[in-house]
Design a protein around this ligand. Structure first.
Ligand code: IMP
Length: 205
C-alpha cells in the first residue's frame, strides 16, 4: 500500500516527455497537488530495461522517488497495433528515433501496416495502454493500468496531443486524438483511465 496524497502535497511527475507531463498535470489540477517534473528537478532518466509497461513505470517511479525524496508518479505507455503483434508497444518512443520525430514514427507504423497488408479499418485495430505507478521514497509502489481501443487512420489528422495521437481514432469516434480538445481526450484516454484508478486509491479527494 502506497501513500495517500492530499491537497497541498508535492509530487514528482517522473517523466521528461513534455506531452505526458502536460496531460498528467491537467489530470492532477483539480486535486491541488503541487506537481514538479523530473526534468525541472534535473533528475537522471533511468534506462527502461523492463519488458512490460508496468515494469518500466515502476522503475521510473522508484528512481524518481529515491532521487527526489518525494512521492513520484511515472507513466509508461505506448501504442499496440494488432496487425503488428502489439508493436511498437513498449518501444513506442524508440520508433521515433534519436530526434523523437513522431512523423517518422507514424510513417514507420504505416509502412509496417502496408507490409502486413492491413489496409481496411477492420485490419487496423490498435490500443493505447498506460501504466501509472506511484512510488514513495521508501521503495513502496502501486501501479494502475488503463487502455483505449481504436483504429489507425492515414494520413495523420490534427495537431493536438502528442506522439501517435494524429493516427489514433478511438472506437465509435469521428475525431482522432490529434483533433480533439484536451478535455475530450481526457474523457476516454488510456492515461485518464489509469489516472481514475490511481485517484480512487491514492488521492484523498
Ligand atoms: P515511454 O512511456 O516514455 O516509453 O513513451 C511512450 C510513448 O508512447 C510516447 O513517446 C508516445 O509516443 C506514445 N504514447 C503514449 N501515450 C500516448 C498518447 O496519449 N498519445 C500518443 N502517443 C502516446
Amino acid at each position: 500500500m502506497t501513500a495517500k496524497l492530499k491537497s497541498g502535497d508535492r509530487l514528482v511527475v517522473a517523466s521528461h516527455n513534455k506531452g505526458k507531463v502536460r496531460e498528467i498535470n491537467e489530470l492532477l489540477a483539480p486535486y491541488g497537488i503541487e506537481a514538479v517534473s523530473a526534468g525541472e528537478l534535473d533528475l537522471p532518466e533511468p534506462e527502461e530495461t523492463g519488458i512490460t509497461f508496468k515494469a518500466n513505470a515502476e522503475l521510473k517511479a522508484r528512481a524518481a522517488a529515491k532521487a527526489s525524496g518525494l512521492p513520484a508518479l511515472a507513466d509508461d505507455s505506448g501504442l499496440e497495433v494488432d496487425a503488428l503483434d502489439g508493436q511498437p508497444g513498449i518501444y513506442s518512443a524508440r520508433w521515433a528515433g534519436e530526434t523523437k520525430d513522431f512523423e517518422v514514427a507514424m510513417g514507420r507504423v504505416e509502412v509496417a501496416l502496408g507490409e502486413a497488408d492491413a489496409r481496411t479499418p477492420d485490419r487496423r485495430g490498435a490500443n493505447f495502454t498506460c501504466a501509472l505507478t506511484l512510488a514513495t521514497p521508501d521503495g513502496a509502489c502501486e501501479t494502475f493500468e488503463g487502455k483505449v481501443f481504436g483504429t489507425l487512420v492515414w494520413p495523420p489528422r490534427g495537431k493536438r496531443g502528442f506522439g501517435y495521437d494524429p493516427i489514433f481514432l478511438p472506437q465509435g469516434g469521428s475525431e482522432t486524438f490529434g483533433e480533439m480538445e484536451p478535455d475530450e481526450k481526457h474523457g476516454q484516454s488510456h492515461r485518464a483511465r489509469a489516472f481514475k484508478l490511481f485517484r480512487d486509491t491514492c488521492l484523498d479527494a
